[in-house]
Design a protein around this ligand. Structure first.
Ligand code: SAH
Length: 481
């Protein structure tokens, strides 16, 4: 057992989801800040627990080959770029290994090819969206890792160049008109976050002030400052009066301008409102969607389901190559955006359904006696926790020819791949794509193909079979353990 302030030499083997270097000493796991895989460091214990300890790098004894000094002045204190101390090549190698480890160890797939990660040529200035917390001062910045302490900063090297002007305008407005930042301790004050998003294809910028109240005083003054910045098309407020660390509240209002940012993916135009999910890296988003499109293998005849569809980006990108596309999404605003985006692009072979995929999909099937909705291809793009098991069962029961799984967490991807492959699917290949240079996050596209398409015509019957399948499987498990 370690004690606080003890100094231990440790070699870093891996990096955690939150960016700490991971090493082992005498069977204990050490989480060491500012250390990267391959480093050997003298670490000072900050907090000791029974099986692990939190430590800080005191001195680097041997630097990892891929170690760099970050260019960003707040790297190391800002929680955003956990891999700031690794060269981009080292980051890509680490992400590749992470996906491979998950597929091999969690999924248990020894043979499935994991293709080389598709990285960026210029891994900076790629983000189209920034969220800056606002604190006393007013200071604008980023949260330090694991905390709500604001690290003040004027700019983020990962965001598009020129966003600094927006922060300066907000700061000037708050100072001039005495608009107070929100204080998490007391629940008083108004401005919680500044959210900004740019459509890279159009140059349009939307600024949304997340506030602890329903009105922004002297909003027209802020608008005057903002509209002088090239590209700014909208000033919105989002109302969040709850004592919460969730950034956005339920209600968004447009004070001035369009209320949306327009962007293009390929030749499809998208209008994106402040609360909607939209990929933050447009360059790599195209790479990701092109991969998904090629894995979907569309000829124009297929019925495609796009589950977790957000504002319909993948759905509409695929619609031009498919017979029909059905999107399912839980956030009502996003569904409204998806429908509008379909109309605006004159795409009439895409329909969108609101609700949780695991609830909506079985209902749609129950109403589809004729089997017209039955998919040839199912695309899923779930949040980090992956798909509900019941949804995977429903998908299997529909027996699509191909499943294209777009994932933002390789560990839940590997878990879900295993479930699908235990139910008649074969994992064909896995393609990591680097959507978030600098961060620990990695996006992956996996193609799964149906090895037993369809023995039974009705998916209702297959549904029952799936239940049996899992009952038998679980019973089997219980009897052996
Ligand atoms: N495919 C889209 C969005 C992917 S992000 C794109 O590439 O832009 C995941 C989306 O899943 C989010 O829009 C989120 O709101 C939605 N979501 C989360 N849980 C869900 C559920 N249970 N059912 C349907 N959608 C869900």
């Amino acid at each position: 057992m370690f004690v606080k302030n003890q100094i231990v030499p440790v070699t870093i083997e891996d990096i955690s989801d939150t960016g700490e270097g991971i090493g082992h000493v005498d069977g204990f796991t050490l989480f060491v800040s500012r250390a990267v895989p391959g480093d050997t460091v003298r670490a000072r214990i900050v907090k000791a627990k029974k099986t692990y300890a939190i430590a800080r790098t005191e001195e680097i004894l041997t630097a990892a080959p891929g170690r760099v000094s970050p260019e960003c002045p707040v790297a190391g204190s800002c929680g955003g770029c956990q891999l700031a101390y690794m060269s981009y090549e080292a980051q890509l190698a680490w992400k590749q290994k992470r996906v491979e480890d998950c597929v091999r160890r969690i999924g248990g797939f020894a043979e499935v090819p994991v293709l080389p990660i598709l990285g960026m040529e210029e891994p900076r200035g790629y983000r189209n969206k920034g969220q800056f917390p606002v604190g006393a001062g007013p200071v604008l910045g980023f949260y330090a890792g694991h905390s709500h302490r604001i690290v003040p900063t004027d700019r983020c090297p990962m965001l598009w160049a020129g966003h600094e002007a927006i922060l300066a305008a907000v700061r000037e407005y708050m100072q001039k008109y005495g608009v107070r930042p929100y204080d998490e301790e007391t629940g008083r004050g108004l401005v919680r976050h500044v959210l900004m998003r740019k459509g890279f294809a159009t140059g349009e910028i939307l600024v949304c002030m997340v506030i602890n109240g329903s009105t922004l005083p002297k909003a027209e003054r802020l608008w005057e400052l903002l509209r002088a910045i090239p590209g700014v098309v909208s000033l919105d407020i989002n109302i969040n009066t709850a004592d919460t660390n969730v950034i956005l509240g339920a209600e968004t209002r447009t004070l001035f301008g369009s209320g949306v940012v327009t962007d293009y993916i390929g030749d499809v135009r998208f209008a994106i409102s402040p609360a909607s999910f939209y990929q933050v890296n447009p360059t790599q988003m195209k790479v990701l969607y092109d991969t998904a499109l090629s894995y979907a293998g569309l000829t124009g005849e297929e019925v495609v389901w796009d589950l977790y569809c957000g504002i319909g980006t993948i759905s509409l990108f695929l619609a031009r190559h498919a017979k029909r596309v059905y999107g399912v999404e839980i956030v009502p605003d996003a569904v409204a955006d998806a429908r509008k985006n379909a109309r605006d692009n004159n795409i009439d072979n895409a329909a969108f359904y609101e609700g949780a995929a695991e609830e909506v999909v079985p209902k749609m099937l129950a109403d589809d006696a004729a089997g017209e909705l039955r998919p040839d291809v199912v695309v899923v793009d779930p949040p980090r926790k992956g798909c509900e098991k019941s949804l995977l069962e429903t998908i299997v029961s529909m027996s699509p020819k191909r499943i294209v799984y777009v994932s933002c967490d390789p560990s839940t991807l590997a878990r879900d791949m295993r479930i699908l492959c235990d139910s008649g699917y074969e994992a064909v290949r896995v393609q990591p794509v680097d959507q978030f240079p600098g961060s620990v996050h990695v996006e992956t596209v996996c193609l799964l193909s149906n090895t037993q398409r369809p023995k039974k015509e009705s998916y209702i019957t297959l549904d029952v079979e799936m239940e049996d399948y899992y009952r038998i499987k679980n019973e089997g498990k219980n009897s052996t353990t």
